[in-house]
Design a protein around this ligand. Sequence first.
Ligand SMILES: *Cc1c(COP(=O)(O)O)cnc(C)c1O
Length: 351
Amino acid sequence: MKWEENVRRVVPYIPGEQPEDQNVIKLNTNENPYPPAPGVAARLASLTPERMRLYPAFPEQTQLAEVLARKYQIGKEQLFIGVGSDDVLSLAFMTFFQSGRPVFFPDITYSFYDVWADLYRVPYETKALDEEFCIRPEDYRQPNGGVIFPNPNAPTGVLMDLSGVEEIVEANRDVVVIVDEAYIDFGGTSCLPLIGKYDNLLVVQTFSKSRSMAGMRIGYAMGDPKLIRYLNDVKYSVNSYTMNYAALQLGVEAVEDEAYFEECCARIVKTREHAESRLRQLGFTFPKSYGNFIFASHKRIPAKEIFEKLKADGIYVRYWDKDRIRNHLRITVGTDEQMEALYRALETLLE
Ligand SMILES: *Cc1c(COP(=O)(O)O)cnc(C)c1O
C-alpha cells in the first residue's frame, strides 16, 4: 500500500506484563504493594459526576500544583504536572532535545528513552555503565544535545551521589539535563535543591511508585520557570486538558498525607533490606538498590530459567533478553508476605 511509505513507524515500548489473573504475585512492574493514602479513598467517595461536565482546569489543577509546590518548597512556576512521568518525559524529549546533536543516556537504563528518541527523531548515543553498573559522569562531558538518566537508575537500582549528578549538570550548561527520579523516595537524595542553581536541570518524579498511584497517572517536573514555560507551550500545543478531574483531586490527598507516605516508603525499604539478605543466602548477587526493586543475578542458574519457573508458579518478575543484563532479574519489592512466597518458590526451584 502506497500510504505506508508515509507512516511514522516506531517500535513501541513494551511495559511489563499485566496478567488478567488477579492471583498472580506481581513483582514485575515496580508498583507499590500498599494502597494509596486513606484520604484518597475518602476523596474518591466525594467526587461528583456533575463536575465531570466541565473541563478539569480550575480549581483542581491549581490545587494539586499548590500542594506539590508547598511540599517541595518551590514556586508554582517551577512545576509542571503531567499524565504520569512518562507523559512529562515524552513532552520533555519533544521540547528540549531539538539541536540535532545526540542526546546521551546510559546503555542500561529505562527502556522508554530510546523509544521517545526514535519517535521524535532525536539522535542519541548511549554511554556504558561501568562493571558495577554505575554511571560514569566523565562520559557525559563530550558535546551533546542533552542528557537524561534515572537516579536511582532503572533497572539496576544503583544510586549516583549528588556530587556525580551535579558534575553532569555543571558540565552540560548549554543543554538540558533531565534527572528521572521515579524511585528517589526509597532512600536516595533528590537533586531538587540544584534547580535554583542550574537553569538547565529538570527533575522528574511520579506518583506511580512511592505514592501507590500508578493507576491514576500523575507525574511532575521541577525546574527553572523558563524550562517549565517551554514545556507548557508544547503541552498546550498537543492537548490542553490531559489530567482528569479525579486524578487531580486524588493526587492532592496523596501529597497531603506526609506521615502515611513516609511510613509506606520506610516499610518498602525495610522489606528490601531483608530481601537483600535472603536473596544473598539463596546465591544471588546484586548491586545495592535504592529503588523498590532488586536487580539480581544467580551464581548458578540462568535468569531466564528462574524467570520462567517463577512465572509457572504464579510469581511474575521482570526479565530482559538484552545484552549485558540477560542474566539478571528485576524483582519488585512487594509486601513481606509476597516476598516470603517468592523465597519459598526460589528455595524449591534452586534445590
Ligand atoms: C516507572 C518509571 C517511570 C514512569 O512512570 P509513570 O507511571 O509514567 O509515572 C519513569 N521513569 C522510570 C525510570 C520508571 O521506572
